[in-house]
Design a protein around this ligand. Structure first.
Ligand code: SF4
Length: 375
């Protein structure tokens, strides 16, 4: 149950989220008319649906996650300042000699820190992370926001897309790769000719593991594919075509009720799962089979130990292990059915508590297909 303090904190996060969403609308054309780098790896139908109907109302956990993401960008920006990189405004990064960077400062928007305030503080030696760089090519229906763009003294650029996740990853997610490749393609279009441009997803996994995944700029074919994809998404957003339905783990968060893969559609239908979820089912079965066979093996070894201990308490040494066996008395259980016939409902209710519910998942083999009839 939420306390008054957490309720208040959630309300404030919603307020902050509205201010933060202004920061992602700095394109030269309305955001809803082009595809953004972050949309490139998402389902086109969902992106267009949200452009038309608005994004779903995010829950408290999602809002908190977004805020942690902004705080992470801010953290990286302050490390750059500590490393001697000068924070510059987005319109300065392409021409500044470096070492410099822009971005990481969206956390400050809510405090009313504007470019003018940053500039006057900078004149007094106070360096603060700045707004994100935003680039777009409306003719190609494509645009991008950049968490952090770093420029080295030799004029080379590094794009860092900051991500926070609870998973421990060994390779970057596909949608991150298309996002960064789109950012790199756009930056190459605007940067001085011949500039070296590199990119990476800088990822914090869990609370303390950090890992960067380098992403190469798109080659000619990849860039053409990214622009074609942007065009499809933009056309879908503008309502000129229907966006392709591209099932993925995002379906779980989708509110496009008109799609069979949406939560509403999933509740009503039996249909093939997206490829990555199908793979997760196969991995689940394989690992569960292995875990079950190991669990049986462990039980067999434990039984030998129990047979030896008998019914007596025992403390012994086995190599580098201490072994303790002790009798545990049987648990007393109360039959609520029987009790209900003996006490009043109000007493029963006062003595009862309900645990949290949970989602049950079952995976069963499908029956074999009947043999094809020749009749
Ligand atoms: S449910 Fe999945 S496939 Fe359908 S629109 Fe949403 S994200 Fe796309």
């Amino acid at each position: 149950m939420k306390t008054r303090t957490t309720e208040w904190a959630e309300r404030m996060l919603r307020k902050i989220s509205e201010i933060a969403s202004a920061a992602i609308n700095r394109f030269s054309v309305p955001r809803n008319t082009i595809s953004t780098a972050s949309a490139q790896g998402h389902c086109a139908f969902k992106t267009a649906y949200e452009a038309k109907h608005g994004s779903p109302e995010f829950d408290f956990a999602s809002l908190t996650r977004f805020r942690v993401g902004h705080a992470f960008e801010f953290d990286i920006a302050t490390r750059l300042i500590a490393g001697g990189f000068v924070p510059v405004e987005p319109d300065e990064i392409l021409t500044h000699p470096g070492p410099c960077f822009c971005g990481g400062g969206d956390l400050l928007d809510v405090c009313g820190v504007t470019a003018n305030i940053r500039k006057s503080l900078k004149a007094n030696g106070v360096l603060l992370p700045t707004e994100q760089l935003t680039l777009d090519i409306p003719a190609d229906d494509i645009g991008a926001n950049y968490d952090i763009v770093v420029k080295a003294p030799n004029g080379s650029f590094m794009v860092w897309e900051c991500k926070t996740t609870e998973d421990t990853l060994t390779i970057p997610r596909d949608e991150w790769v298309s996002q960064v490749k789109t950012q790199l393609g756009l930056l190459r279009h605007f940067a001085p000719e011949g500039s070296v441009i590199r990119g990476a997803v800088y990822c914090r996994m869990g609370n303390s593991i950090e890992q960067d995944f380098e992403i190469a700029p798109p080659n000619e074919k990849e860039w053409a594919d990214l622009k074609a994809r942007a065009q499809h998404i933009a056309q879908a957003k503008r309502g000129e075509v229907e966006g392709a339905k591209e099932p993925s783990h995002f379906c779980g968060f989708c509110h496009a009720a008109t799609c069979q893969y949406s939560p509403a559609g999933r509740a009503a239908n039996s249909f093939p799962l997206p490829k990555d979820v199908q793979q997760a089912v196969e991995n689940f079965i394989t690992t569960k089979d292995i875990a079950d066979s190991y669990a049986k093996e462990a039980e067999r070894h434990k039984k030998k130990l129990l047979d030896y201990a008998g019914d007596e308490r025992m403390t012994a040494k086995a190599g580098k292990y201490l072994v303790m066996a002790s009798p545990i008395p049987g648990r007393v259980t109360i039959s609520t059915k029987k009790l209900a016939t003996m006490v009043s409902p109000s007493i029963l209710e006062a003595c009862s508590s309900k645990g949290n519910g949970y989602m049950k998942v079952e995976v069963k083999p499908l029956p074999d297909e009947p043999p094809a009839s020749n009749a």
